[in-house]
Design a protein around this ligand. Structure first.
Ligand SMILES: [Zn+2]
Length: 500
């Protein structure tokens, strides 16, 4: 190690030929890899002996926050979290169970990482066994973050990938391609912090960190008893942990869920120049209005790939007319997550005043981990705010945007779109109805009808963006009125919380 550093100094003083410079860099990086390996090995020893020991089980409890489908942009929902893990350091196996208790109930997930497979179930992914090597790696490292010895052992499995960033920090790219950092305390040699560079589908690069704030020795192994996990700009989780006698048991495993439906857009004409673009794989649809020389688009679900899919469908239908405006009803990810490809095309974004900063943040967020069109060719974003009402266009193809605000029972600000000539209303997630007998309206649909009546809007048909799977394609205003009547006939009114 010392020789490598001396060699670099020597080449540096002597003046380098290109090949010498290359060799010096190679020698230097080998030296840094060696020092990184030494630092992690010292740290692993400081955490205790892992060879020949049995599994260790810990249980953590604390607070969890996440970006939810809430009333304002960047608002966080809070829940209680418990995480239990059993980690077998010698066999490189781990099992974990977590649960989140929030207002809508409790959601739980399980994960088991074994020699050549990973199994997990959680409410978002449904029951599934994931055998891709990327899934295995991420699950393995994810569980190892609860017991840093395991993380050190995993990092040391591939010593040539290690790089010494500074005297106490080692970085490496794990076999799944994710960049990670391990920070080691100068004195105790315990791991103080681990980081990983994730890609958030809406907000881009997300360097997440876990700080280890307190430690205890358990059976000769030093394990963290307090941890804080940060992502984006907020603390996602803070937990305290203790040893537990009960090992995690995963129990019966269900087979992998069927693969997801492939992305697909179905365009349908619903009026003159007016189209819906249905995204069955997302249970969602958007709308666009073709005018003489340009297009107005409404809603941009989920992520940049979906935004590009919607734009391609608009291009196919309109022969590539420029998209002048993209109108966004509210700030939830299934309405704004796909806006970046529109910005890349020079489209102006139209939304309510409370969303303007958040829209800018999405458009300007670095996306180096998973670059999209806008990351490859950056463009400034133009956001136009609607104060209560705005008419886009004129004459027969004009569309009026209304902010129905608290009438939505959903977000503080909420745009609905009224196509006057067609007497069509397009709304995001205000109302939907399953085929069959008409059922009672929920609070959002009641609020929508109240808003339509107070605005005196002449509406015949209502299209919603979400959900569309197993739902009536288009509602008449008479149906909405009947739904609200049924709701008012019920006592007490339905208060089931809606989660989207
Ligand atoms: Zn929503």
């Amino acid at each position: 190690m010392a020789i490598s550093i001396l060699a670099l100094a020597f080449f540096g003083c002597a003046g380098q030929s290109p090949s010498n410079a290359h060799e010096a860099r190679h020698v230097a990086s080998e030296g840094l890899a060696e020092r990184a390996r030494t630092l992690l090995a010292e740290s692993l020893r400081a955490h205790g002996v892992i060879d020949g020991r049995g599994p260790i089980s810990i249980r953590c409890e604390g607070n969890h926050q996440e970006l939810g489908h809430l009333a304002r942009p960047r608002e966080l929902s809070e829940s209680r979290v418990t995480r239990s893990a059993t980690v077998d350091l010698a066999r490189r196996e781990a099992r974990g169970v977590w649960s989140l208790a929030h207002d809508d109930g409790v959601s739980t997930g399980k994960i088991a990482v074994e020699q050549n497979s990973v199994y997990w179930s959680n409410p978002d992914e449904s029951e599934a066994r994931r055998d891709t090597s990327e899934a295995q790696t991420r699950a393995r490292f994810g569980l190892a973050e609860l017991v840093p010895s395991a993380l050190l052992a995993l990092a040391l499995e591939n010593p040539s990938a290690l790089h010494l960033d500074d005297a106490q920090t080692v970085s490496f790219v794990d076999p799944s391609g994710m960049r990670r950092w391990i920070h080691v305390d100068a004195k105790t040699r315990l791991v103080t912090r681990v980081e990983r560079l994730e890609s958030d589908s809406v907000l881009g690069d997300d360097r997440q960190s876990t700080d280890y704030l307190a430690w205890a020795a358990i059976d000769g192994l030093v394990v963290p008893t307090r941890m804080r996990h940060r992502r984006l700009w907020y603390v996602e989780e803070e937990v305290t942990c203790a040893k537990t006698a009960s090992a995690v048991v995963i129990g019966e495993r269900l087979p992998a869920a069927p693969g997801k439906e492939p992305p697909h857009v179905t365009v349908a004409r619903v009026g003159e120049g007016l189209y819906t673009a249905r995204l069955d794989h997302l249970n969602n649809r958007t709308m666009f209005l073709e005018r003489a020389d340009d297009v107005i688009a409404f809603e941009a679900p989920l992520d940049s790939a979906t935004g590009e899919l919607v734009i391609a469908a608009i291009d196919r239908t309109t022969g590539g007319k420029p998209i002048r405006w993209l109108v966004l009803s509210h700030h939830h990810p299934d309405y704004v997550g796909g806006l970046r490809p529109f910005v890349a095309r020079g489209t102006h974004i139209v939304t309510t005043p409370g969303n303007v900063d958040y829209i800018r943040q999405i458009a300007e967020a670095p996306h180096t981990v998973e670059p999209d069109q806008l990351a490859r060719a950056p463009k400034p974003v133009v956001v136009e705010a609607v104060h209560a009402k705005r008419v886009l266009g004129e004459g027969a193809t004009a569309v009026t945007l209304y902010d129905i605000g608290v009438f939505s029972s959903h977000t503080d600000e909420y745009l609905i779109y009224h196509f006057m000539r067609e007497r069509i209303l397009f709304v995001g997630d205000m109302v939907s109805l399953r085929p069959g007998p008409i059922t009672a309206a929920r609070p959002r649909a009641v609020g929508l009808l109240n808003a339509l009546e107070s605005l005196h809007l002449d509406v015949e048909r209502i299209y919603q963006s979400w959900p569309v799977r197993d739902r009536v394609d288009v509602l008449t205003i008479a149906t909405l009125r009947r739904m609200v009547e049924l709701c008012r006939e019920q006592t007490p009114p339905p208060m089931t919380p809606q989660t989207r």
